[in-house]
Design a binder for this molecule. Sequence first.
Ligand code: 5AD
Ligand code: SF4
Length: 455
Amino acid sequence: MNYTGKLKQTVTEKFEYIPKANVQTFGCVQNENDSEKIRGILAQSGYEISDNFEVSDIVIFNTCAIRENAELKIFGNIGKLKALKAENPNMIVAVCGCMVMQPHIVEKIKKSYPFVDIVFGVNSIEDLPHIVYNWYVNNKRQVSNPEVKTEIVEDIPVYRESKSKATISIMYGCDNFCSYCIVPYVRGRERSRKPADILEEFTQLVNEGYKDITLLGQNVDSYGKNLDENIDFADLLNMLCKVEGDYVLHFMSSHPKDITKKVIDTIRDNPKISRQIHLPVQSGNDRILSLMNRRYTVQQYKDIINYAKEQIPDVGFSSDIIVGFPGETFEEYLDTENLVKEINFTQLFTFIYSKRTGTKAATMEDDTSHKEKSERLNRLVKIQQDIFFEYLNSFKGQTVRALVEERKGNTYSARMANTLVVHFESDKENLMDEFVKLKVTGKKGTVLTADLIIN
Ligand code: 5AD
Ligand code: SF4
């Protein structure tokens, strides 16, 4: 049954105006991508997409479970809706995404958040029209544990805010079971989309004028493993780069145990692929890496980085790091510091280890104080800041190409293929979503400043 049509009809009858839908995203780019699908479905079902929850008739929280901090913040935001819901009982409050794939969280919502009307699962986005339709018809709370679904549903409409920047999921789930990580439990087993479906979506985006396209997966290097076709991630990149057009292709995330020389060679041979690779290392110590179940050594990590630097002179690496993993000694932490200084990452995302119920690491003894862990984090952030400012300085005087993303007055903000942000002044009107050529004059905080040369 087509519930999108049924919901649209119900919504049209029920409201004397076009009802508004507000979708709030927490967490990673994959969640952003899911939210674009949720908005696409709601737009098709008769809602107007709004960025203001206070005036919306349905508010959806697309949540993240990766760290406890994220969950606390989300509950704080959900709590803010209590008063609004009391004033307007016809407003629907829904919670979806990774956080609600954990039964203890659903219990908490059931018990302490009676104004939450709907909970739905991370891979149940296509069921949303049915669920919302049921709520209007029965006016009954639908809060139960969502199941982990594994099939891939194609042809979900996507509502994209940007006219130049887009993401495409090439695979879902994760099979790696890094010992600290909740993702394999909440997003299920790894499965790849068919190359033909990805190519179709990619070609359409390029034809619509999208210029910055990111391929998404928890572990893009294992793309293709469960498909009938004989295709790997490098083959997919090669296939997509054949699409004619002026664009930059990014991907994330790679896994150091799976990224191949073939992938590096493919980047080298395709100027359309960004020279910026996100390769999460997590720790610079072999004992900790082994406890984390990362399945590579520090030396193997360095080997692939060195190979990439040989093949692609202008390559840059960003990374994720966890400090304070259970049992990490100060000396072991120092190994991470040394690795960070040695590699010269262009960008680093640093986290304090957060215990996640149900993971292997949650059972490991953890006797380091939070204060000590915070100190480790602060040291690392400071080291990376110095490296980053040096990196920014190295662009001074260079001519660069960047895609214009934002305008405030006459100040434009543009992003280079290596993801650095550049600000420049211009009174020209037609620069949004276009590539521009800029001459870098300096830096201001964490962004580069530049003069416009040509557009
Ligand atoms: N605690 C802290 N950081 C975590 N990450 C994943 N799980 C945890 C956790 N339990 C980090 C990893 C990963 C990034 C997306 O989030 O560094 O690469
Ligand atoms: Fe989590 Fe590891 Fe999978 Fe990344 S690769 S999502 S860190 S289990």
